[in-house]
Design a binder for this molecule. Structure first.
Ligand code: SF4
Ligand code: SF4
Ligand code: SF4
Ligand code: FES
Length: 982
């Protein structure tokens, strides 16, 4: 709805409720504002946006447009207030822009000085009695430059919701505090960088900027101080106008040396996008602002975890095995060898003796080319990707019930939900930016949160209700809750009648799922389960988030199906704020499957069984395609052991340690006749290769990724590929052409054009439509219309109706017994991605979290007489690892947890080859071990400087009211008004 109002005498149309700062900015005007940031809302600490409304001063950032409102931004009174407020800002900040790394044209303090035409300060600068805090490896805080705007506090408290930052408003010299007064390094700070991103000046800065961005900023500190003194000395004579001109000339010079390139994060599936600022090959900083999934948000990996790109141990030449070692080879020699060996194996044993594994770190275009290589050039459907290790069961659950194998809505839907149910997902560590949205809605908007997990991780700790069932029993309680809702007339009958098939059969399948039986199987009390059912029934909009705690079980697909069934029973599809959200692990695990790296599907989930589909691809590719479903990753390993699969071409997958039962997988690789591994580093898997091909990481190529919310986004090349390496799409094309194909792709956009032409799901996808920060959520119609929320008109089945899918209880495969008496769970950490091949190459991450550990409950620690740092040996039926214990109340009783961040103490030496019954996803989470306590006691595996030892200081935000209560605070404007009148 729009309203009419008057600004500075001109009638304007505004959106009702829009802040006056936003309105003026949208109309192309300008108004001073320092603390206001559109993604933080009105913080109201700086007072520089004062305007006059009906004779009263008001802060424009907190003033909402209303019909008939009359605003004066430049009246004598408003101007005086703005100038006085900004004078107070400058009393907290030295203007030394020419020698400041933040002099890049976007410094709010600099630009406001220019906007207000400030020539001289009335209130002199006064430093604060605190030292610079540069203890954190990634950023530093300079209290003397801090204008106390509180943006950082607001971002930390209410956007990131880590609740580390505050300002001690009552202190004679307020400053920003970490955990109420700790050093940054010893605080609860997770180094997500939100605070640094929103700081309007140089008080908080990325260390990678310091001394690198400016032409004079790398000077010695004494020289810099001298230059600052000179500037201060000439200011009374020249005024700031002249000084700013000098600094703006220096800024103009920087425009030629600093590149700003949009890219998409290479780590998890949230899909954060940002500008990467670079100078030559040095990464100055990561600036998130316009990303449709993340806005100003990142986690530590996306903000600071990029050192691997310039790591000295990047692969820079192809390697060919010679006996037990490798020798460098030219690209031509390596590619010729690959083609020769694959051709001879195909000739001798058939195309199906060769397998292909694509990477979920690679782009959509690369995944497409990999499956095209397998199918069109070699002639096999033996192609898969690592969604087999995590996401395939969730996709199966959705295919069975609603039709599309992707999140049913967007992150904004999760934010809007009245109830979020998280099952088997350590969201705050595995999908950190999605977790911020849940934490924020829970903290500020009354969203209810139920978490079901084995560990009391951060989300569990924050939840209104934390459920800790027996391992592997989620299916049972989900079905029991669904039955309870149906039995007690709490289901959404109208929705079921109109939109859902199969209710009768489904009800019959629930026969044995009583609350009492659920309590016996899961260990959750009946009244707790009934409360869950009633909370779900009471919620108008519910989203369910789940991850590998659900999928990596023998019944991973069934449990995912049970979740979707429950959403159908309660009518929680087809509306904003509802739906199913299996959180995708890798940055492009969604896209890798979407684009056909699957043994049963061509791109866009078009079945290899379908003759019409095959005919379309055959016509385009001018080949005959194989018809039989191929082998998945898991089956390929078995086939190698059986002698059926003789060659494997694997891209960017650390399969020898991330696949379950790693010893068995490694033994398979030993048996291969020929093994090609393509990677950025010489990974553990490379040790088994015959040829290693050096690839380029995401920052060195163009392409697209598809995030968990089905969002397709472009990444632009930040750097040239490191000398000797090549982007994966080029390498796959090179291999294809050495095998006799005639591919002529010059750029990934041409690959995307081909995908769009052959794949109805992506019919309207093009690079032009994805320019810059534009994105599309599939399915994308030919006219370019995407679908942020699925199923708004119907479900993706021929009759438009969803399907309730009956399930029965099988139970977990590997349960503790007398010999293997402990349950071992495993998963990710916030600061390392998977085994850490990329993140361990960032020194700050290595320092904060140098190693893995096994979490042991206080009860078990006491029983076995161990402490944090005690070495233990874990032994399963499949292998053993030596690892240090960490005593933690995140785990209970005889349950253990081991993060995956190690290439030495590899948790998958313990996991089995049991799999999900429907998809072959390994049952990683069903592992029993025994624990031998070793005599050695080392340091705790988690250093004291890790954020997990911090003590957050939750508060509602920056709490500006406390500033307003200070004896020395008054609304600005009166003092200078008097001066102006004289
Ligand atoms: S957690 Fe740390 S880096 Fe993130 S916003 Fe808070 S203080 Fe800043
Ligand atoms: S450190 Fe925080 S309070 Fe200080 S200027 Fe930066 S954002 Fe504002
Ligand atoms: S790892 Fe995930 S949450 Fe973190 S910045 Fe990257 S995409 Fe965002
Ligand atoms: S911008 Fe309005 S009070 Fe700071």
């Amino acid at each position: 709805m729009t309203v009419r109002m008057t600004i500075d005498g001109v009638s304007r149309e505004a959106r009702e409720g829009e802040s006056v700062v936003d309105l003026i900015t949208r109309l192309g005007g300008s108004i001073p504002h320092v603390c206001y940031h559109p993604q933080l809302g009105p913080v109201q600490t700086c007072d520089t946006c004062m305007v006059e409304v009906d004779g009263q001063l008001a802060r424009a950032c907190a003033l909402h447009a209303a019909e008939g409102m009359v605003v004066q931004t430049a009246s004598q009174r408003a101007s005086a207030a703005q100038v006085e407020a900004f004078d107070r800002i400058l009393s907290n900040h030295l203007l030394y822009c020419t020698v400041c790394d933040n002099n890049n044209g976007n410094c709010t303090v600099h630009n406001t000085t220019r906007l207000l035409a400030i020539e001289h300060q009335r209130i002199p600068f006064a430093g604060k009695p605190y030292a610079v805090d540069d203890t954190n490896p990634f950023y530093r805080y300079d209290p003397d430059q801090c204008v106390l705007c509180g943006r950082c506090v607001e971002a930390c408290q209410n956007v990131e919701v880590n609740e580390t930052l505050s300002i001690n408003w009552e202190d004679p010299h307020p400053r920003v505090l970490w955990d109420g007064g700790s050093t940054i390094q010893e605080s609860s700070c997770v180094s997500c960088g939100h605070c640094v991103t929103v700081c309007p000046c140089n008080a908080l800065m990325e260390k990678s900027m310091l001394g690198h961005a400016g032409f004079f900023t790398s000077l010695k500190k004494s020289t810099l101080t001298g230059m600052i003194d000179i500037v201060k000395g000439i200011e009374p004579e020249t005024g700031y106008g002249t000084i700013l001109k000098v600094s703006e000339a220096e800024h103009a010079m920087r425009e030629h040396r600093i590149r700003r390139t949009k890219t998409v994060c290479t780590y998890c599936g949230v899909g954060c996008s940002f500008d990467m600022w670079t100078k030559d090959r040095h990464i100055l900083k990561v600036v998130p602002e316009h990303g449709p999934a993340n806005g100003i948000s990142t986690c530590v990996k996306g903000k600071f975890g990029w050192d691997f790109v310039n790591s000295a141990d990047r692969l820079t030449t192809p390697l060919i095995r010679e006996g037990a070692t490798f020798r460098p080879a030219s690209w031509d020699e390596a590619l010729s060898l690959v083609a020769r060996r694959l051709s001879s194996i195909k000739a001798a044993s058939g195309a199906d003796a060769i397998g292909f594994i694509s990477s979920s770190k690679c782009t959509n275009e690369e995944s497409y080319l990999m499956q095209k290589l397998a199918r069109a050039v070699i002639g096999t459907n033996n192609v898969d990707n690592c969604s087999r290790y995590c996401q395939a069961p969730a996709t199966m659950g959705l295919f069975r019930t609603v039709g599309y194998g992707g999140d049913s809505g967007s992150i904004t839907d999760i934010e809007q939900a009245d109830l979020v149910l998280i099952i088997g997902s350590n969201t705050a560590e595995s999908h950190p930016v999605i977790a911020t949205r849940v934490k924020s809605s829970h903290k500020l908007d009354g969203q209810k949160l139920i978490v079901c997990d084995l560990r009391e991780h951060e989300m569990a700790h924050r939840a209104d209700l934390f459920l800790h069932p027996n391992p592997g029993t989620d299916l049972f309680w989900l079905n029991a809750v669904a039955r309870y809702l149906l039995d007690h007339d709490l289901a959404d009958r109208a929705f079921l009648d109109r939109w859902v098939n199969g209710l009768d059969e489904y009800r019959r399948s629930l026969e044995s799922f009583t609350m009492e039986e659920a309590a016996r199987v899961t260990g959750l009390p009946v009244d707790t389960l009934e409360r869950v059912a009633r909370d779900i029934a009471a919620a108008k909009r519910m989203c369910v988030l789940w991850a590998m705690g659900v999928t990596q079980h023998r019944q991973g697909s069934d449990t995912s199906t049970a979740i979707s069934n429950l959403l159908l029973v309660t009518g929680n599809y087809m509306r904003p704020g509802t739906g199913a959200y299996p959180l995708r692990g890798h940055n492009n695990v969604q896209g890798a499957s979407d684009h056909g790296s699957m043994p049963n599907n061509l791109p866009g989930y078009q079945s290899v069984d379908d003759p019409d589909v095959r005919a379309r691809f055959e016509a385009a590719w001018r080949v005959k395609l194989p018809t039989a479903k191929g082998l998945d990753n898991h089956q390929m390993v078995d086939a190698i052991h059986d002698g059926r699969l003789k060659a494997l071409y694997l891209i960017g997958e650390e399969m020898s340690i991330v696949d379950s039962n790693a010893n068995y997988v490694s033994a398979a690789f030993e048996k291969l006749d020929f093994f090609v591994v393509q990677d950025v580093f010489f990974s553990s898997t490379c040790q088994f290769a015959d040829v290693v091909l050096p690839a380029a990481p995401s920052l060195e190529k163009d392409g697209t990724f598809t995030s968990t919310e089905r969002r397709i986004q472009r990444l632009y090349q930040v750097f040239e590929p490191r000398e000797g390496s090549r982007p994966d799409w080029r390498i796959v094309q090179d291999v294809a052409n050495h095998l006799g194909a005639d591919w002529r792709y010059q750029h990934p956009s041409q690959v995307m054009d081909e995908i769009a032409a052959l794949t109805p799901l992506f019919a309207g996808v093009s690079y032009a439509r994805l320019e810059g920060y534009q994105s599309l959520q599939w399915p994308v119609a030919a006219d370019g219309t995407g679908q942020p929320l699925l199923y708004t008109k119907q479900f993706a089945f021929p009759d438009g109706k969803a399907r309730l899918f009956p399930l029965s209880w099988v139970g977990p495969t590997d349960r503790p017994d007398a010999e293997f008496d402990l349950h071992l769970n495993n998963g990710r950490l916030l600061e390392h991605f998977h085994e850490g091949n990329l993140t361990y190459r960032t020194a700050g991450l290595q320092q904060k979290t140098p190693d893995t550990w096994v979490e042991v409950s206080p009860q078990l620690a006491e029983e076995r007489g161990l402490q944090s740092g005690t070495w233990v040996r874990l032994i399963s039926r499949y292998g053993q690892v030596r690892v240090r214990a960490l005593v933690s109340d995140r785990v209970q009783g005889h349950e253990l947890y081991m993060p995956m961040n190690s290439t030495e103490s590899v948790v998958n030496r313990l996991t089995s080859s049991h799999t999900d019954l429907a998809t072959d996803t390994p049952a990683y989470k069903e592992t029993s071990v025994r624990m031998d306590v070793l005599p050695e006691i080392g340091e705790s595996p988690l250093p004291r400087i890790n954020f997990r030892f911090g003590h957050p200081t939750p508060q509602t935000g920056v709490e500006v009211e406390r500033k307003w209560k200070r004896a020395d605070y008054r609304i600005p404007g009166t003092q200078f008004l008097r001066i102006l009148k004289q």
